[in-house]
Design a protein around this ligand. Structure first.
Ligand code: OSB
Ligand code: MG
Length: 356
């Protein structure tokens, strides 16, 4: 059923994190995102969340570049258009170069709108089947706190813990923690902190007990990642490197990784993400859904993605209360027995409330 796009509204929200998020790239204390509301001719509306950061430390976009691009370029492109399928938004936006996080925020809202129009939960609309979704948490704090934070996460029931690493982190400390929790899967995220000069140091991480090492080298370092994949037994997983279908194809062609972190925003929206899922499925590449310190609208989209039958690793799904005093969705996301139950309501499945 066709939808005429009637109106698109942007609302910026800004909240402090409960505690600083520290990685080799940046320390994040506060988070600003843009909530995009797209309204169709029937009066139904869908939500997207733009999750670029304040400065370009993770991707090239920033929250202010996204606001500018959405407002002055994408909104005029989409307003009054008649859309038959949400995939058409990707095609409409092809006249705009790059700016994938800006495009994704608007495109995701249109997917939510279509799911609502069809009276389906978004996760069913995109083909999801697996629920509840297993919950994973990220530890991005001072190393002196890792042990204590792992103990806390284990108590909550998280099934997977991702630890931010860098070349100088104490490996015997990590080994002993991982040994203490045999039922929890541990991922390591290096955020590109290794380089050709310390390649051998990466090999020291091979027997620490990690299920995978995420993004050891820089985003364009296909050769180093291929070397890592061939020389380590721990699986190599790419995050920053994968911002398009072409990047996923590169990874496969160059044998530069075993696993892909899916981020709808970094990939430019659902349409491109679903293509990456299909490609990875066809090449037996593992997948999981990554987080970017998001609020509930984005998390709801991520949860829908994680419910696809091809997603086999546990993603970055922590409870709303992990980062936020108060999330922007109701009910908030909760983790029970290490899992997040998906909403049976239509669309993203949550009400949005932007008041503090
Ligand atoms: O590298 O995966 C990353 C957060 C912001 C930017 C990049 C990354 C992250 C995380 C995920 O590690 C944190 C989360 O939202 O659970
Ligand atoms: Mg990462």
């Amino acid at each position: 059923m066709a939808i005429t796009i009637k109106d698109i509204q942007l609302k910026t929200i800004r909240r402090s994190l409960k505690s600083p998020f520290k990685s080799v790239l940046q320390q994040v204390n506060e988070r600003e995102v843009i909530i995009v509301t797209v309204t169709g001719d029937s009066g139904i509306y869908g939500y997207g969340e733009c999750v670029a950061f304040e400065t370009p430390w993770y991707t090239e976009e920033t929250i202010s570049s996204c606001y500018f691009v959405i407002k002055t370029v994408l909104v005029p492109l989409l307003t009054k258009k008649i859309i038959q399928r949400p995939e058409e938004v990707w095609e409409l936006f092809q006249v705009v170069k790059g700016n994938r996080m800006a495009k994704a925020a608007v495109e995701m809202a249109v997917w939510d709108l279509f799911a609502k129009q069809q009276q389906q939960p978004l996760w069913k609309f995109v083909g999801g089947t697996s629920q509840p979704v297993p919950a994973g948490i990220v530890i991005a704090a001072d190393h002196s706190r890792i042990k204590e934070l792992v103990a806390q996460a284990s108590k909550v029931g998280y099934q997977r813990i991702k630890i931010k690493i860098h070349p100088n982190i104490d490996l015997s400390m990590l080994k002993s923690i991982i040994r203490d929790y045999p039922r929890i899967q541990f991922f390591a995220d290096a955020n590109g902190s290794f380089h050709a000069g310390n390649f051998n140091r990466l090999k020291d991480f091979d027997d620490v007990g990690f299920t995978l090492i995420e993004q050891p080298f820089g985003e364009k370092e296909w050769v180093l990642h291929a070397q890592a994949k061939s020389e380590l037994t721990t699986k190599i997983c790419l995050d920053e490197s994968i911002s398009s279908l072409e990047d996923a194809q590169q990874m496969i062609d160059r044998k530069a990784g075993d696993i892909v972190v899916l981020k709808i925003s970094r990939l430019g929206g659902w349409t491109e993400t679903l293509k990456v899922v299909e490609l990875c499925h066809n090449h037996s590449i593992g997948m999981w859904v990554g987080g970017m310190i998001e609020f509930g609208v984005s998390k709801a989209h991520n949860l829908a993605l994680a419910s696809l039958p091809d997603i086999h690793y546990t993603g970055d799904f922590s409870a709303s209360t992990h980062f936020w005093k108060k999330d922007i969705i109701e009910p908030e996301i909760i983790v029970e027995y290490g899992k997040v139950r998906l909403s049976t309501q239509i669309g993203i499945g949550y009400a949005v409330s932007l008041n503090e």
